[in-house]
Design a protein around this ligand. Structure first.
Ligand SMILES: [Mg+2]
Length: 265
């Protein structure tokens, strides 16, 4: 007997449209997964506060991997247990202050900024800035002395932390990623006698660890129709969804459920 199926998916640009953030075009495949009781694991850089309403909308009871693997969280309806893999936010705030002092750098962490200040810096709406501020495993920061970056990275690594750059802000995080979080959840499930055949869907570089952690990676094209070049190079033999975003997601998941294979390039 083959193991039951599990689908793990990125959100923005994959299950969610990159402009409207809607999953409506994937409605048929989401319903088909639910009807067959196939677990759908959401894996995103979004915060728990951002993901919980979506999980509820999708009618899911399974775990969510939040903040790029900082933790996996069971929905409130399923007990709300949290398994932390990254570093806790309070520890990151303390570490950032120490690192900045040691490096002689001037930094402004999100937790020292008000929502209106974050909205001004990021271009987010005030409401979105408020939700983005509620990070539990990541401290985004503005670096006012850019020449100090190499030293900051070094001091972070010494503390087993990581500094990444995402557009306008730097981020201080623990060592988790989406793939480590998924592997850890699968390990715990296997411990309870539940083993799965895993399918993963993603569209961007931060999905690479997730796609490595599954049996069957599926690459979802970007809005222009091309697959992210880094992902294409990392997974030359992987199947590809036939269209970007939730339209491609829907077709790919329905094909998986029908026992079909997708084209590889
Ligand atoms: Mg994405």
């Amino acid at each position: 007997m083959t193991a039951p199926l599990l689908v793990a998916t990125d959100l923005d640009g994959t299950l969610l449209d990159s402009v409207s953030y809607s999953w409506a075009p994937a409605r048929d495949a989401v319903a088909a997964l639910r009807a067959r009781r196939v677990p759908l694991v959401l894996c995103s850089s979004k915060t728990r506060a951002e993901m919980e309403p979506l999980s509820r909308d999708l009618g899911l009871a399974g775990p969510m991997i939040v903040e790029n693997g900082g933790a996996f969280v069971m929905p409130a309806e399923s007990g709300g247990a949290v398994h932390v893999l990254g570093a806790r936010h309070a520890d990151l705030v303390t570490a950032l202050a120490e690192i900045a002092a040691e490096a002689g750098a001037r930094v402004r962490g999100f937790s020292s900024l008000s929502a209106p200040q974050i909205a001004r810096l990021s271009g987010l709406s005030l409401e979105a800035a408020e939700r983005a501020r509620r990070r539990e495993y990541d401290e985004p920061f503005v670096l006012d002395t850019p020449e100090a970056l190499p030293r900051i990275v070094e001091l972070a690594e010494r503390r087993e932390l990581r500094v990444t750059h995402g557009g306008r802000f730097h981020h201080l995080t623990g060592r988790g990623d989406k793939g480590l979080a998924l592997r850890e959840w699968l390990r715990l499930a296997a411990h309870e006698g539940r083993a799965f055949a895993t399918v993963g869907l993603g569209d961007a570089a931060n999905d690479e660890p997730l796609l490595h952690a599954v049996d069957r990676p599926i690459l979802v094209p970007r809005p222009g129709g091309a697959v992210d070049p880094g992902l294409a190079a990392a997974f030359p033999d992987a199947e590809r969804a036939p269209a970007p975003g939730p339209v491609g997601w829907n077709a790919a998941v329905l094909a998986v459920l029908a026992g079909e294979r997708l084209a590889q390039a």
